[in-house]
Write a protein that binds this ligand. Structure first.
Ligand code: FAD
Length: 471
């Protein structure tokens, strides 16, 4: 029997797609990577995934897992591979409000997990612009971050248990509901962030949190990033760590956003270089109960903190959302970043992280390097500033591969000189492999290769991703 016949026997004819039927899956979100796979297979159960993997393993055929296909690193490029789409394994199997856990299939879309948690007055806090398409298996595989990491941590910190189909088809059951489990090596956290190179995640146990009863949200303009950090630290101290989001947008991003969405409003009447969206969320009645004068203490607390900093000259402008529509407007501006970044061509998409008190240094040093290398290059940044994670988009004046490499290396030099990372939350995929080869600790790379060889000796799981070739 041919490979396709065997696959059809497992999932049925309708769920083995070939040629033109694979069009939805054959390119990534950015449009940079495109390849028609051998087939896209859509299993409905872990057993089916295991059977598919066994057949591909026997034929030594590459497997590329695909979920929402919103990877920004080329992680789902599927040339000469069988793509396994997790979209049918989207069940929200159980929500246990008292234990604050959700048990879900890997194909559950983030926004559907949000809705399911919300029905129990709980939140699953992982959120970012692609939440309507990205699936939890994809988010786990990239250890996605997003806008609420400052309070709740990255995806790795939000997952208690996993089920994984290994490259030989074995099903590994790590579906722990435990907050403590020291029984040997931490294989769950090895699989999280592995970008599908070590196995296929099929189910997960996720942590849920109480839903804030009130939010206070503001746009704030500050003179320097050190002032932004002071704002973050003051708010954390005043609220006991209730800052949910602390996001930065520069003046070019604000302008590009208005170009793309002409009906949107500017955040302030005046233009500012450092625009921060800050959100605090609380559950306790003393912060969230509506007062007789119509105020909410959490909002008053935010206004007082901003007012004090304004008096000290550490804030130049501030607008506090007065209702949910204004809050949503602030979030929409932030979450449009993925689309807005495509407005300008020839872009170097840096997803970097530096220590939170080194952000001023990063911009000073990179501006000095750019003045030497490409003085007319533009850059635009949108950042999860509370984590030191900067999406530093660079628009060089020349669309030339060698020039782009030089600028990319300059960014890496600056980031590493500050103790930072060239990959914060989007993963390595194909895009960041050169940086991985240049910058990752050589001992760490060798250990990663040994782990890959031990788990996937025939190199069939998402081959060519994450790990650079040895020389
Ligand atoms: C508009 C936009 C905004 C974004 N904002 C953020 C952000 O703020 N923070 C952030 O961290 N990321 C962000 N991202 C990128 C983010 O990494 C992805 O959106 C998401 O994590 C990937 O989920 P997905 O379901 O689309 O996975 P896919 O793109 O389908 O896959 C991602 C990787 O995981 C592998 N994979 C997929 N499913 C599985 C599985 N079940 N088992 C094993 N491997 C699997 C794939 O092979 C691939 O290597 C953004 C993307 C877009 C388009």
């Amino acid at each position: 029997m041919t490979l396709l016949t065997q696959l059809r026997e497992i999932v049925g004819d309708n769920h083995v797609l070939t040629d033109i039927e694979t069009a939805k899956y054959d390119h990534d979100w950015t449009g940079k990577y495109q390849a028609t796979p051998i087939a896209v297979v859509r299993p409905a159960s872990t057993q089916e995934v295991s059977d598919i993997v066994k057949i591909c393993a026997a034929a030594k055929t590459a497997i590329v897992p695909v979920s929402g296909n919103t990877s920004l690193a080329g992680g789902t490029y599927g040339k000469d591979a069988v793509m396994i789409s997790m979209e049918r394994m989207n069940d929200i199997r159980d929500i246990r409000p008292d234990a604050r856990i959700a048990i879900v299939g890997a194909g559950a879309v983030l926004s559907s997990i949000h809705d399911a948690a919300d029905a129990h007055d709980l939140v699953f806090p992982l959120t970012f612009g692609a939440k309507g398409s990205a699936m939890i298996g994809g988010a786990l595989s990239t250890n996605a971050g997003g806008s609420n990491v400052v309070r709740y941590g990255s995806t790795r910190g939000l997952c208690l248990g996993l089920e994984v189909v290994l490259p030989d088809g074995q099903i590994m059951n790590l579906m722990s509901e435990l907050h403590k489990d020291n029984s040997g090596y931490d294989l769950k956290n090895l699989m999280i962030g592995a970008e599908g190179t070590l196995g296929l995640i099929t189910s997960a146990v996720l942590k849920l949190f109480p839903k804030p009863r009130a939010y206070a949200t503001a746009m704030v303009a500050v003179p320097a990033f050190s002032d932004a950090l002071r704002l973050l630290n003051d708010l954390q101290a005043a609220t006991g760590g209730l800052v949910e989001a602390f996001e930065y947008m520069d003046a070019l991003y604000v302008a590009d956003h208005l170009t793309m969405f002409p009906k949107a409003r500017a955040p302030f009447e005046d233009k500012h270089d450092i625009n921060i969206m800050v959100e605090v969320g609380a559950t306790a009645p003393n912060l969230t109960d509506l007062q007789p004068d119509g105020t909410i203490p959490l909002v008053t607390l935010l206004e007082d903190t901003l007012g004090q900093m304004m008096e000290d000259g550490r804030i130049v402008d501030a607008v506090v959302a007065q209702n949910d529509a204004q809050r949503r407007e602030m979030w929409e501006r932030r979450e449009a970043a993925g689309e807005v970044m495509l407005l300008r061509k020839t872009m170097i998409n840096n997803d970097i992280c530096v220590p939170v008190d080194k952000v001023d240094d990063f911009f000073e040093r990179i501006d000095a390097r750019l003045a030497e290398l490409d003085p007319k290059a533009l850059h635009s940044s949108v950042s999860h500033l509370g984590d030191g994670n900067i999406h530093f988009l660079l628009f060089p004046t020349k669309d030339d591969a060698q020039h782009i490499d030089v600028l990319t290396e300059a960014v890496e030099d600056v980031v590493l000189s500050l103790g930072g990372s060239f990959s914060a939350e989007h993963g390595i995929g194909l895009t960041k492999k050169p940086s991985m080869a240049r910058r990752k600790d050589k001992v760490a790379l060798a250990i990663m290769r040994s782990v890959k060889a031990a788990i996937d000796p025939d190199n069939i799981m998402n081959p060519g991703k994450v790990l650079p070739q040895t020389n």
